[in-house]
Each structure stands twice: as structure tokens, then as C-alpha cells.
Write a protein that binds this ligand. Structure first.
Ligand SMILES: C[S@@+](CC[C@H](N)C(=O)[O-])C[C@H]1O[C@@H](n2cnc3c(N)ncnc32)[C@H](O)[C@@H]1O
Length: 301
């Protein structure tokens, strides 16, 4: 039975949780700049193998360069981790890692449009081949859709107010730049000494919607289970509470020794079955050092 571990940040701790060893096979579904991937390959030398993917073509190229010293021991492709099971053999992996969210290079490059701190096009696509951008969403979604996105994906309590203001604004001009949107939100909810920019939650929500991050996560967790071998481990690094809830709900559901139908767990209606996962660590590990906390905070935009 594959085992399940759920933790946050810290490369060494996460890599150790996967128990890399020579001859093992690992998958990194969010290879980014290959920090974790390089550590996995180093720790599983000389015979460990890594399958890696990222939606972002620039990350894939950077990862391949970074992993050059491990040539012949990895395969890296551009793609969504929700599709890992389409190309990684089933039951083949000793460890799977998903490090959710955006990377610092994505946030730092104004042209990618993820950050409200720099002006750039309202883009936010991790995979720049996809048609939907932040601009198309913000300019074309209905007030109800926008309010739902801000509320459900950003926990934004001014969701409806912000959605209505966006709709009013776009009657005069399309919203095309990150600064336009950030300033519009700031006018409605001035900072008043708060540390976080008032547009933080709106930007997070739009990014999650543009990249279908929740759907991808659900598909990615299922794919991870398909490619793990019995006894293999899954480690997930989450950044915000919505992801965290989804990962924990997945862990709970797959670790049960019964199923139930109809959405309600009624003891009399339970169907016994063998659990698909075993929790290794139910409680999340949190970043401990101030540097790691700062790095985590930076990721939100
Ligand atoms: C926090 S970074 C990962 C950093 C990486 N662990 C490292 O050590 O450099 C998250 C990465 O995941 C990618 N990503 C997010 N969702 C994805 C998905 N559904 N499929 C594939 N890649 C995804 C992003 O493009 C980004 O490069």
C-alpha cells in the first residue's frame, strides 16, 4: 500500500520523507527550477531515476539545464501533473512529490503577470500555450462568476463588491495590466496600515482559476496514486488552506478501510475495502526558520 505524507516547504525534509535510494524511481510533478529534483537525484545516486514535469515551458528548460550533471537518469516533460499517469508507468514510483503553487521566477518576471507588485500584462498562465488568461477571465466572466472565484478561491470577504467594481470599470476600458487591477482594488479597500496588499486574495483567486489549480490538484493526487508502487510515498507541499484541505480530504478518503455512497458517511451503509493509502504523517510540517517563512510568504505575490 502506498504511504502518504503531507508537509510544507523545506527541501531536505521533504526529500528525506520520500526515502530516496539508488535504484528507486521518483516523480516530481512540479519540477520548477529542479531544487527538489536535484536533491532527489543526488540522494538516490548512482542508480535513482526521476520523472519530472512542469506546466511552465521556461521551468522545464531551466530544470533540464540544472539536472545536466544527472544526464541519463531523468525524463522531464512539459505538462500538467494531472496527466502524470499518461506517461509514467503505473505502479512504478517509490516517491511522488507535488510542490504546489507558483515559483519565485514566475512571480519575479513582470511579463508573466502574476504579481501585483510590478506592472505587467494580466496573464498568470503557468502554461503559456493555453488560451485562458487573467485578462480574458477578468474582462469576460460575469459578476457572479467573478464573485464566486474571489470568494471560493481567495476567501475574499469583499468578493461581490470587487466583482461589481470590475464590471463597472470594464464598461469604460478593458483591464489589461496588473497595476490597473491592483489599483482598482486598492481604491475600494485602502491599505490602512495592513501588511498585505488588499489585492492579494483577488490575485491568488484569479491565478487559481486561470490555471484550474483545484481540478489539476484533484487529478494530480489520483495520478500519483496510480504511478506509486505499494509502499511508495507521496509528499505534497501546500501553500494555502484550500489546497491543504483538498490534500487532507484526499488522504483521509483513500486511507479509509471502507467506502460509502451518497456523500454521507452513515456507518450502516459502509462498504468494506482495503485502504489505498496509509498516513505516514497526518499533521503538516510547517516552515520553521524565518528565511523559509519569508520565502513562503514571497510566493503569494
Ligand atoms: C513552488 S514551484 C516548484 C519548485 C520546485 N519544487 C523546485 O524545487 O524548484 C511550483 C511549480 O509548479 C508548477 N505547477 C503548478 N501547478 C502545476 C501542475 N498542475 N502541473 C505541473 N506543474 C505545475 C509551476 O509552474 C511552478 O513551476
Amino acid at each position: 500500500m502506498p504511504e502518504f505524507t503531507h508537509s510544507a516547504v523545506m527541501v531536505a525534509e521533504v526529500v528525506a520523507a520520500l526515502r530516496p535510494e539508488s535504484g528507486g524511481r521518483y516523480a516530481d510533478g512540479t519540477i520548477g527550477r529542479a531544487g527538489h529534483a536535484a536533491a532527489i537525484l543526488a540522494a538516490s545516486s548512482p542508480g535513482g531515476w526521476l520523472y519530472g514535469c512542469d506546466r511552465d515551458g521556461a521551468a522545464v528548460e531551466a530544470a533540464k539545464r540544472k539536472l545536466a550533471e544527472f544526464a541519463g537518469r531523468f525524463e522531464v516533460r512539459q505538462g500538467n501533473f494531472g496527466e502524470l499517469a499518461d506517461w509514467v508507468p503505473p505502479g512504478s514510483c517509490d516517491g511522488v512529490l507535488l510542490d504546489l503553487g507558483v515559483s519565485s521566477p514566475q512571480l519575479d518576471e513582470a511579463e508573466r503577470g502574476f504579481s501585483f507588485q510590478q506592472d505587467g500584462p494580466l496573464d498568470m498562465r503557468m502554461d503559456r500555450r493555453q488560451a485562458v488568461t487573467a485578462a480574458s477571465l477578468v474582462n469576460e466572466a460575469s459578476v457572479e462568476e467573478l464573485a464566486q472565484i474571489f470568494w471560493e478561491l481567495g476567501d475574499e470577504r469583499n468578493a461581490r463588491r470587487f466583482a461589481r467594481a470590475i464590471a463597472r470599470e470594464r464598461e469604460h476600458r478593458r483591464l489589461e495590466r496588473t497595476r490597473q487591477l491592483a489599483e482598482l482594488i486598492e481604491q475600494l479597500a485602502p491599505r490602512q496600515g495592513r501588511k498585505a496588499h488588499p489585492a492579494t486574495r483577488v490575485f491568488q483567486a484569479i491565478r487559481i482559476a486561470v490555471n484550474d489549480e483545484i481540478g489539476s490538484l484533484q487529478r494530480g493526487l489520483a495520478a500519483a496514486l496510480t504511478i506509486l508502487r505499494p509502499g511508495g510515498r507521496l509528499a505534497v507541499i501546500t501553500f494555502h488552506s484550500l489546497e491543504d484541505r483538498i490534500v487532507k480530504a484526499f488522504g483521509r478518503a483513500r486511507a479509509r478501510d471502507y467506502t460509502f455512497t451518497g456523500g454521507m458517511d452513515v456507518p450502516e451503509l459502509r462498504e468494506p475495502r482495503a485502504p489505498e493509502l496509509k498516513w505516514v504523517q497526518r499533521k503538516a510540517t510547517r516552515p520553521r526558520s524565518p528565511q523559509t517563512r519569508a520565502a513562503a510568504a514571497r510566493r503569494c505575490g
